[in-house]
Design a protein around this ligand. Structure first.
Ligand code: GDP
Length: 480
């Protein structure tokens, strides 16, 4: 399209060291091969095993994706409710659910699960997925066709649905269909934050053995469940081979899967070029306040500033003098803030306008949008959200808010280990205000605490050194 003229270079490592497949039409998704020129070189290499697994997934997807012969055959089976012997292709359907940050994390989780179980991932387009993300797999779409037979059931699928895995276990059903065939043709996996002990058995090896026989798995989740996949013995070796450095799991999955569409790429690149590109250093500050009330709150502002100054991300201001002459050429820092509210941004901008910095550094403060409240189903709102997560991922240092998947996406895509702002209690800024994360990985907010073998509770954050409790949520799990 016009706004991306040919003068824009395609970078040398446009395939991200083999992570991406070659041969896509570049114009239909400019970000795919251009994103590398907006980032420093990848700090880590994808393993050759990961690369070969992705290429074989792509081949599987091409053979089994929408409207292929194999797909049509399994759809016929699904319609008839019949399911005998094993099929050529098995599927996991990701159902659009929750905020955009959550969706990006769960889609990556579902994809990794598909890779581990030789399934084909199909994506419910919801209202905005097509508008936000390019196709990641060559030739055959990842979007679930509109005429998928179970589509009109998606909204009503919940823990009470007869096909819900947890519900099936509770009924202690022997999984016999009404027509006498032994296996149901589909199972609904409820992996949302409110899931119960039976639903959580998804994370047990023996349950995975059963699920292997089901051709269609429909999944609704708002959680990054990858850390718990690392605790399933049957996946362990494979995951070790895919990710010798565990903390790169989402980083590589995300860089592989999520390419902004041209409309979003325009929003990203225009903003980057206008406000961020020329600075000597870029600092991202992601503010997400889960408190009730509209804000902005003084204690949150105090905390942001305290963190940034204490960790030497931003200089102090000089309240005595009007002019401070730097030694040599002043360094410029561009601060990208994201928040639903504009209050924090305005205060910080005014502060660095009204006073010189003690170091003479020049500080520019920028915030692309202030949407005031979370909205759903509005294209421009979600385009801005995706744009801002992506812009944050292009910064050099990052400050994020506790509990926010919006921040997790930014840090992991960017390969950044952020400073996390502690969650304020009783409307006071915590001291210390922030802490450096252990790794760039997102936190799994609702992990199971169950030992499948011993059939008892267990602290799953203490089983292996690479799955630990999160910095920002004591009961969460993350890879380090
Ligand atoms: P989380 O709730 O912080 O874990 O992140 P989600 O992305 O899942 O849900 C929050 C939603 O609120 C986003 O998808 C946006 O729609 C909106 N939102 C929250 N913070 C921001 C922000 O800083 N900028 C923009 N544009 N939208 C935001």
């Amino acid at each position: 399209e016009d706004q991306f003229s040919e003068s824009l270079e395609v970078p040398k490592d446009k395939l991200l060291r083999g992570l991406l497949a070659d041969g896509f039409d570049e114009g239909s998704c400019v970000s795919r091969y251009q994103s590398a020129s907006y980032r420093k070189e990848l700090p880590y290499r994808p393993s050759s095993y990961l690369i070969s697994k992705l290429r074989s997934y792509e081949a599987l997807h091409k053979r089994c994706g929408p409207y292929t012969e194999s797909y049509n055959k399994t759809i016929e089976q699904l319609k008839s409710g019949y399911h005998t012997g094993s099929l050529d292709c098995n599927y996991v359907v990701w159902i659009s659910f929750s905020g955009l940050g959550n969706r990006i994390l769960t889609l990556a989780s579902a994809f990794l699960y598909a890779v581990l179980t030789n399934r084909v991932l199909l994506v419910d387009p919801g209202v905005d997925m097509v508008d936000l993300f390019c196709e990641p797999f060559p030739e055959v779409s990842w979007f679930l066709p509109m005429d998928f037979p179970l589509k009109n059931q998606f909204d009503s699928l919940d823990q009470k649905s007869p096909h819900c895995y947890g519900k099936m276990l509770k009924k202690n059903s022997n999984f016999t269909n009404s027509d006498g065939s032994v296996m149901p043709s589909f199972v609904y996996l409820h992996l949302a934050h409110d899931y119960d002990d039976q639903d959580k058995l998804f994370f047990c090896s023996q349950d995975q053995t059963f699920l292997q026989k089901i051709p269609w798995l429909l999944m609704k989740t708002d959680n990054y469940f990858v850390p718990s996949l690392f605790l399933i013995p049957s996946f362990e070796q494979e995951l070790n081979n895919l990710f010798p450095r565990k903390e790169t799991a989402f980083h590589f999955l995300g860089r592989y899967l999520f390419h902004p569409t041209n409309v979003v790429w325009g929003l990203i690149t225009r903003y980057y070029q206008a406000y961020l590109e020329k600075a000597d250093e870029r600092i991202g500050i992601q503010i997400r306040v889960f408190d009730t009330g509209t804000g902005p709150f003084q204690h949150v502002f105090d905390q942001i500033l305290a963190c940034a100054v204490k960790e030497n991300l931003l200089p102090e201001i000089n309240r005595q003098d009007f002019i401070v002459s730097p030694l040599g050429t002043p360094k410029s820092k561009a601060v990208l803030m994201t928040s639903l509210s504009s209050g924090y941004f305005e205060k910080l901008r005014d502060m660095y306008w009204e006073h010189p910095t003690v170091t003479g550094e020049v500080i520019g403060i920028y915030q692309p949008s202030h949407e005031e409240y979370q909205q759903t189903e509005k294209l421009m709102h979600n385009r801005k959200a995706w744009t801002e997560m992506y812009l944050l991922s292009l910064t050099d240092v990052l400050v994020t808010s506790s509990w926010s998947t919006f921040g997790y996406v930014a840090q992991s895509l960017g390969g950044l280990t952020p400073w996390i702002l502690y969650k304020p209690e009783n409307r006071t800024a915590p001291d210390p205000p922030c802490q450096r994360a252990m790794s760039m990985e997102p936190c799994f907010h609702a992990p199971p605490f169950y030992d499948c073998k011993a059939k008892t509770g267990v602290d799953t954050g203490k089983l292996v050194p690479h799955v630990r409790h999160c910095e920002d949520m004591s009961w969460g799990l993350k890879l380090v």
